[in-house]
Design a binder for this molecule. Structure first.
Ligand code: IMP
Ligand code: MG
Length: 182
């Protein structure tokens, strides 16, 4: 498999089958946890989460709706600076059961900002789900549903990008350090 890797990529970190298995487990758990709820309101964080969200919702067995938010990030690797909403929800979430769906949690700044902002809008409940979490010490936001943890490297694929590249790979791969540190 490594023979066919793009020259930007160091190695496949999470193969397609492993991702799909995790998505299935997450969807099953979410469906169970929200079984008694009238409707679950899932919020995908653009752009990285759209592929994960698309696969996740198609495995849910409970009534749900989907909306998106987008937050600004500065620089190619998007991990510095402040967070700002550039696309907000279409409707209020008052009294709704809300689940924020992220692609990856690194410093936790993005998810923490969204969590605080949305909890101020009086949802009936608010939880978070991320496919990937980089192994980090302490983040100040709860992650209720997690696919898997990865080392502190830049990853691409399955929605994740580097400067808008490699987003549509079916697996998650580690970017070569020379690519993102140049
Ligand atoms: P935060 O540091 O947790 O706020 O992460 C900020 C955002 O940076 C995430 O939502 C991702 O969109 C992006 N990000 C962080 N690490 C990676 C990565 O390894 N690959 C691609 N995007 C990443
Ligand atoms: Mg993101």
């Amino acid at each position: 498999m490594n023979d066919e890797l793009h020259s930007d990529l160091a190695r496949v970190l999470v193969p397609e089958e492993t991702i799909q298995a995790h998505v299935k487990v997450l969807a099953h758990q979410i469906s169970q946890d929200y079984a008694d709820v009238e409707r679950l309101y899932l919020i995908g964080v653009l752009r990285g989460a759209f592929i994960f969200l698309a696969d996740l919702v198609r495995q849910l067995t409970i009534p749900h709706s989907v909306d998106f938010m987008s937050v600004s990030s500065y620089g190619k690797t998007a991990v510095s600076g402040e967070v700002r909403i550039v696309l907000d929800l279409r409707e209020p979430i008052t009294n709704q059961h809300v689940l924020i769906v992220e692609d990856i949690v690194d410093s936790g700044r993005t998810l923490s900002y969204l969590y605080k902002t949305l909890s101020g809008r009086q949802p009936a409940s608010l939880k978070t789900c991320t496919l990937v979490q980089k192994r980090r010490e302490q983040i100040d936001v709860p992650v209720h549903y997690l696919g898997f943890s990865i080392p502190d490297v830049w990853v691409v694929g399955y929605g994740l990008d580097y400067a808008d590249q490699h987003r549509t790979l079916p697996y998650i791969a580690e970017l070569k350090e020379e690519v993102y540190k140049k």
